[in-house]
Design a protein around this ligand. Structure first.
Ligand code: ADP
Ligand code: MG
Length: 208
């Protein structure tokens, strides 16, 4: 295994805090829906990619080790991703322990594949729901080309779509009823109306 420093994180502060995973193809609107969830439900929005890039930029020992992997296109080991997620979650719980503004976590684009899903369940906990926002490839491509980030070009989009279908969709198949499928080929407010129903059902004991 790649040599990246491990950290021991006391995860007890995370006990009982609901976690939702949100998955969907590139451009399906995960980030958009996460922000709406944050505003309406007080769930904190975490993106693994952002956390990893932040760790690299921090210049820590672990960040330097991560940079070596990430810049050569190697995968970051699952347990390191979990360490970084757990640290960020514990820090957010500590920060908001007195203001009552943290109601849960929504993990944007996580997990990437089934192995990552299972490592997270072992290391941190199980999600209360998995929201899967679905849109066809043409819609996804149009949105990404309109967004126009530096990596939103045709070749990169095709590669990300391929990864999504081969690696992430098996997660959906594995988790059965925990997965809530939502049609994302609609304006974001309409998509959110369905996302909102899922979020509301989390605190409803009858639907669990
Ligand atoms: P993801 O995080 O899944 O890659 P984003 O939330 O960044 O997706 O959305 C990708 C692009 O599509 C953004 O430009 C966003 O404004 C736009 N977008 C998001 N949701 C919708 C929607 N329901 N209808 C139309 N455009 C959307
Ligand atoms: Mg995004």
């Amino acid at each position: 295994m790649a040599n990246v420093e491990r950290k021991t994180v006391d995860k007890s502060p995370l006990k009982g805090i609901p976690i939702v995973w949100i998955i969907g193809g590139p451009g399906s609107g995960k980030g958009t829906q996460c922000e709406l969830i944050h505003i309406k439900f007080g769930f904190r929005h975490l993106s693994t990619g952002d956390l990893l890039r932040h760790e690299v930029l921090s210049g820590s020992t672990r960040g330097t080790q991560l940079y070596k992997l990430m810049s050569t296109g190697e995968c970051v080991p699952y347990e390191i991703v979990d360490d970084i997620l757990a640290e960020a979650m514990v820090a957010k719980v500590a920060k908001h322990s007195t203001d009552g503004t943290l109601q849960g976590f929504v993990l944007d684009g996580f997990p990437l594949d089934l192995e990552q899903a299972q490592a997270f369940e072992k290391d941190i906990g199980s999600p209360k729901a998995i929201i899967f926002i679905e849109a066809n490839d043409t819609v996804l491509e149009e949105r990404l080309l309109a967004r126009g980030n530096f990596d939103d070009n045709k070749t990169s989009i095709e590669k990300r779509l391929h990864n999504f279908y081969t690696k992430t969709v098996p997660v959906v198949e594995h988790y059965g009823d925990l997965v809530k499928r939502i049609n994302a080929e609609r304006p974001k407010e309409e998509v959110f109306a369905d996302v909102q129903k899922v979020m509301e059902s989390l605190s409803d004991p009858v639907s669990q």
